[in-house]
Design a protein around this ligand. Sequence first.
Ligand code: NOJ
Length: 545
Amino acid sequence: MQSTTRWWETSVGYEVYIRSFADGNGDGVGDFAGLTSRLEHLAWLGVDLVWVTPFYPSPMADFGYDVANYVDIDPLFGDLDQFDTMINRAHELGLRIIIDLVPNHTSDQHAWFQDAVSSVDSERRDWYIWRDPAPDGGPPNNWISHFGGPAWTLDEASGQYYCHLFLPDQPDVNWANPKVAEAWENILRFWLERGVDGFRIDVTQGLGKDQGFRSNPELRPLEAGMGRNEQWDSFEHRYDILQPETLEVFRNWRTICEPYDAFLLGETYVLDAQALRHFLEPNDGIHLGFWFEPMHLLWSPETVKATLRAPIDAVPGGIGWAMSSHDDPRAPGRYGSGELGQLRALGLFAMFCGLPGTPFLYQGDELGLIDSVVPPERFADPVVFRTGVESDSRDGCRTPLPWQPGKGFGFSTSAETWLPFGDRADRDTVATQRQDPSSPLSRTRSLLSVRRELTAAPGFVDSDVVWDAAETSSQDVVSFRRGEITFALHAGVGEAIVQTVGSVVMYRSTQSVDTELPEAPSGDSVTLQPGEAVILGPATYGGIA
Ligand code: NOJ
């Protein structure tokens, strides 16, 4: 039987937040020259596909998620030639590149919006969402922005409001207009022809809007001092997101991608696994959708188990697993303090590596980084300036990647970087961790090598997940079996014993392991520390056929 597995299903992804990955021209901001020079490191680490965050010309009101031209490169990051060099080098190294598309909104500086705002009769007026004020002169409905405050801004010249689910500088595009869809098809083709292997789609849930523009049901009143998520969660988002029309857009995009063997990864920002079905169950639009719960997880054996199980039970496949991103505090800091948080994060990632779907690291996850402390005078994230709530800042997870000890941490030769490094230490750097077989980097690399071996072995990818598969002394061990392989994570406290009779230990997240095939059975049991994960194969495990 021929396998229907597509390349992204056996891949490990890696998010490059380009501003903070590597600075090639010494201006303190990451760029394509820097990225190209560090691709070898990613190949060495063992990732297969790299998602690059937006690099298009932009006023940078939301650091690139406000795009002023979708078919060019902002000079801050380089130019199209440097983009081509980057992608060619990636392909030489066996890495695939996916780029970030931002179709829900443009920058207010995009030529489309500039035309739209110029007059109510302009050619592109209807490319955006305009509504007359409510009878009291206020916004047309109660929709709010993800970044706090109303999702509507008054254009004084015309007396109409325009919609923006993010900043006023990011007007939402009117996807009900077929001309918008046509323009986007050309954007996709432009990048596919340049060799990209797929797209991460920003705000996948947001494109379609209720055409009656009805107000969302209010769950609780908004109060002063609420952060962005609290504000957002004060409503049931019945009319502003998750409209069925959006699926038609992705069906079409999938058809465009197929001849290029490229894929679509959705930023499916929903915290309810059932809502993921909206995108993944038809299986004719996006190929993968991110599951966001691990980025909000409050750690306990129950929540860990529920977070891993919920999407597996809800959707037929296509899950993008990630624990950190450029939008949320880094996982080790959220999961516990110090080494415990680091261990839990790597342990959870080991579980991602065994479940159906594609695991993604955010740059620095492999180093076990926690957020840097960014002092308020260096805050850059526009969200804080909008809500006034300091904990809304995404700056701490966006600070530059520390490559090596010394000034500029090998990230930049500039004395000043766009965000400070905070309190990074030598032990946080790639160079130091590469020398240390017990570092998070070495242990992550070992894990990726085991994952590569497993996904290449016959039967693994096509096997179902069987939960609670480990024989263990503790209820706090979360486990599953897939094919012949057992994955177990000690999510509680104290020690937990996992039986290993008849098995070999293929990986322990506390140890840097040899990537050679295991040779001998491992004894009767292993004792796991809190946060530790183990991968067990049968004693007869034959490895890659
Ligand atoms: C999600 C992106 O990841 C985030 O950084 C951005 O601010 C919003 N979408 C708006 O584009």
